[in-house]
Design a protein around this ligand. Structure first.
Ligand SMILES: [Zn+2]
Length: 179
């Protein structure tokens, strides 16, 4: 009975305030969350998870030895992903991280290079910045990956002790790893 009432009220609420896609503004169907399927499928996937010695791996290997490196999508200015990341980081839309993470996790779970990972460790924010934002966006992406890969996430192993300058004020070279 309680389940029925819950569904009744959520359907009723949906009729009055239908959720819209955070990118294109289209009404979402009940099976869609935050982003419509059309926008989700338009994201330019890198497919680096399938490619050994991919572009990113080469960059990382110049700095330190690393087993596998991947990135979910290619980033470009004024793209869907820029809009979504902006909302995730600056508009309090943390659920976007969960959705992106879930999608990314599905690809990683089906990849021979990543399916056997042990643990998911999101990059932490400095305490001050996390307090201002109210959450760590990486943690929300990690939650999504953790859910679709059925792997544990640990948020206590890595601590950011220095409050580094925001990435948005840095140029391309400054954004690269220096260690
Ligand atoms: Zn959309």
């Amino acid at each position: 009975m309680l389940g029925f009432l819950k569904k009744f009220f959520s359907d009723f609420f949906y009729l009055i305030y239908p959720e819209v896609c955070l990118n294109c503004g289209k009404h979402l169907s009940v099976s869609e969350e935050c982003i419509c399927l059309e926008c989700l499928y338009k994201l330019p996937l890198t497919n680096f998870h399938e490619e050994k010695n991919n572009y990113l791996e080469q960059i990382f290997n110049e700095k330190c030895k690393i087993e596998n490196v991947t990135s979910y999508v290619f980033f470009s200015k004024k793209s869907i992903i820029q809009k979504l990341i902006h909302k995730l980081k600056y508009n309090g839309k943390k659920e976007i991280g969960l959705i992106i993470g879930k999608q990314m996790g599905l690809y990683l779970f089906n990849s021979k290079n990543f399916f056997c990972i042990d643990l998911i460790i999101p990059i932490p924010l400095h305490k001050k910045r996390e307090k201002t934002r109210g959450y760590n966006q990486s943690e929300w992406i990690g939650k999504g990956i953790s859910k679709s890969m059925n792997k544990k996430m640990n948020i206590n192993s890595v601590v950011r002790s220095v409050n580094t300058e925001t990435q948005t004020k840095k140029n391309k070279e400054e954004r690269e790893l220096k260690n």
